[in-house]
Every structure is written in structure tokens, then in C-alpha cells.
Design a protein around this ligand. Structure first.
Ligand code: SAM
Ligand code: SF4
Length: 335
């Protein structure tokens, strides 16, 4: 008899939710200016889910039709044992799960790229906002560019497909986008440009660095031929092909262009709260239930209940003298 198909997760707006992002730690070895303050306070370890708890929760989502899992953070590769988690979750690949992937700052990739590839990871996103060493140090505060470039090279050598995430920052890296396009094109990496989002307080004003990607795109079109591509990922990025290099270029524009209608994802924080939207506070706690010994049927019912809270969309606004739209940092919820 054929195995029963999983009951899909459908939210109140009829969207099928088949993508789970998991923040495996809120900690990080960088302090990117747009992400967190330099003196960031991290959570006590007891509040963070164990790797076994993450495995159980992620597996419960796979049993409910999740086809894509992304591990993120904080910096996922600074969490001890994360490769064991990847190996363990890879048992679902081909058994409901289509893709197991990661977003990383690349600092530890030289060490772990081979392990990730061996565990079944095929594609990773690496955050890299500039190819200039001084600007890189200015943005990440604690990062070193050569280490990240070595990590990206190791990922490529291990056969991982690399997508570079670049947050566009006015007056900081807006003059570095052409160089990034050429470099990613020459190395066969895709590039995704991201607008800075108002998540958590940082040192200084985010609005001073906010760069609308609509303007960036218009500017790029003066020098590059951008051929629109159909939306194939179901994600928030809108893709074009750069005719001169052949690579895909994506734009994530939460502020200039809302992408919520096609939303297919939910996010699990390092503390076991399921956020139904990156830009809203609706969340359901799973940690207490797990630690109280909830059985599989109870967990399944809790997932159904959580989905009912998924909002239609975010309402990010970048404005001066206004608290961030969402108080928690991206590093907790997982970008
Ligand atoms: N540490 C890993 C990294 O940097 O790739 C994974 C976590 S990080 C929070 C995930 C992504 O979120 C990165 O590409 C980062 O540039 C982006 N990010 C962080 N804070 C952001 C913000 N306020 N607005 C837009 N993107 C942000
Ligand atoms: Fe760390 Fe990633 Fe945030 Fe930078 S963006 S501070 S690398 S979590």
C-alpha cells in the first residue's frame, strides 16, 4: 500500500506553507551594523533549543509537508554539533524533504563545506556585502574578508552552489554592486540584493543607510542588461538574468514592493518560538510543550494551531524616530 501523503499545512489565506527556516543559535562571530549592536546580549544557553529538540520539531514539519529546510541564525556554523544536526536531518531528503540548506556568514565554511556537502547540502547562501576588505570590516565589525572568501572557495570546491546575499547600504556599499556582479558572475555564484529591514535596535539609525532597490535596479540597468525571469522559487526574491554574465540576480524588496501574497514560509527561533511572519509578532511557543513531554499527535495539533495565526503580511516601514517595526533581531528569528 502506498504511504499516506502528508496533510499539507495551509494557512488562513490559502497559502501552502512548505518552507521552514530554523535559527539554530542567536550567537554570531560577526556584529554586522545593520543586524545587531556591537554590545549584543545573547540568550542564556538553557533558553536555546537543543539540537535534538530542533531535530524533532523540524522533522514534525517535514511530516506535515515541509519540502525545504534552511538552517540559519545567528551564525549557524558557530553552533557546536550543527553538522551532526545537518546529517541527521538529511535522512528526510528524498523522503518528503527536497532541500536542506543554510545561510551563513562564511567565516567557518572553509572548515565545514566538505561536511555539509557530504551530508546532502547542495546549495548555501553566504552573506557578503562587499569585496573591499576595509568596508567589510566596517560593516561586520569583527569579520575578516579573506576568511570568508576562503570559505566561499571551499564551498565551491565541495560542489555547493553558492548564492551571495548582499544587503544594500546607502553610502557604504552602493558603489560596490557592480564589482560584486562581476565577481559573482565570474565565479558562477548567484547574487541577491536585500533592502535593510527594521528588525531590532542597532547602533545608529538604519534609515541613514536605507537604499531602495528600485533605484538600484534602475541604476544597474544603465550598464547591464537585466532580463526578467519568471518567479520559480516561491520566495520573496524577484529574479532577473544578467545577460552579460549569465548569472541570476535577485532583489528582495520588503519595503519598496510587498511580496507577502506568495509567502510559503514560517520561522522557528533559536528558543523554539514559531514566528508566522518575519515582520509581525504573531508567534507560538513550542519549547515549553517539548520540554513538558508533548507526544507526536500533540505536536502535530500544535503545528495546526500555530498556522491559524499566520498574518496576511508584514507592514515594515522605515522611518526616523520610530521604534523598529519588530523588536527582535533578525539573528534570533533567522534571516
Ligand atoms: N549569520 C548568517 C549570515 O549572516 O548569513 C545567517 C543569519 S543572518 C541574520 C541572515 C541574513 O539576514 C544575512 O544575509 C544578513 O545580511 C541579513 N540581515 C540581517 N539583518 C538584516 C536587516 N536588518 N535587514 C536586512 N537583512 C538583514
Ligand atoms: Fe551575524 Fe549574520 Fe547578523 Fe552578520 S547578519 S551579525 S553574520 S547573524
Amino acid at each position: 500500500m502506498a504511504a499516506a501523503l502528508p496533510r499539507p499545512l495551509i494557512d488562513p489565506f490559502g497559502r501552502r506553507i512548505d518552507y521552514l527556516r530554523v535559527s539554530v543559535t542567536d550567537r554570531c562571530d560577526f556584529r554586522c551594523t545593520y543586524c545587531m549592536p556591537e554590545a549584543m546580549t545573547f540568550l542564556p544557553r538553557s533558553e536555546v533549543l537543543s539540537l535534538e529538540e530542533i531535530d524533532r520539531l523540524a522533522s514534525a514539519f517535514v511530516a506535515r509537508g515541509t519540502r525545504k529546510l534552511r538552517l540559519t541564525g545567528g551564525e549557524p556554523l558557530v553552533r557546536r554539533g550543527v553538522v551532526d544536526l545537518v546529517r541527521s536531518l538529511s535522512r528526510h531528503l528524498g523522503n518528503g524533504l527536497d532541500e536542506l540548506t543554510m545561510t551563513t556568514n562564511g567565516s567557518q565554511l572553509a572548515r565545514f563545506a566538505g561536511d555539509l556537502a557530504a551530508a546532502g547540502v547542495r546549495r548555501i547562501n553566504v552573506s557578503l556585502d562587499t569585496l573591499g576588505a576595509a568596508t567589510f570590516a566596517r560593516i561586520t565589525r569583527w569579520g575578516r574578508l579573506p576568511q570568508v572568501l576562503d570559505g566561499i572557495a571551499a564551498a565551491k570546491a565541495a560542489g555547493l552552489h553558492v548564492k551571495i546575499n548582499m544587503v544594500a547600504l546607502k553610502g557604504i556599499n552602493d558603489d560596490a554592486i557592480d564589482a560584486m556582479l562581476r565577481w559573482t558572475g565570474a565565479h558562477g555564484h548567484d547574487l541577491v540584493l536585500i533592502e535593510t529591514m527594521p528588525l531590532g535596535t542597532v547602533d545608529g539609525e538604519r534609515i541613514d543607510r536605507y537604499l531602495p532597490l528600485s533605484a538600484v535596479r534602475r541604476d544597474l540597468e544603465r550598464r547591464w542588461t537585466l532580463a526578467p525571469l519568471g518567479d520559480t522559487t516561491g520566495g520573496p526574491a524577484r529574479y532577473v538574468r544578467v545577460v552579460e554574465t549569465g548569472q541570476r540576480l535577485g532583489f528582495i524588496t520588503p519595503l519598496t514592493e510587498n511580496f507577502c501574497d506568495g509567502c510559503n514560509r514560517v520561522r522557528l527561533t533559536a528558543t523554539g518560538r514559531l514566528y508566522l511572519c518575519l515582520g509581525q509578532d504573531d508567534a507560538v511557543d513550542f519549547r515549553d510543550a517539548l520540554r513538558a513531554g508533548i507526544d507526536d499527535a500533540g505536536l502535530d495539533a500544535l503545528i495546526d494551531r500555530a498556522l491559524l495565526a499566520k498574518p496576511r503580511g508584514h507592514d515594515f516601514v522605515i522611518a526616523r524616530k520610530r521604534a523598529p517595526a519588530v523588536a527582535r533581531h533578525m539573528s534570533l528569528t533567522g534571516g
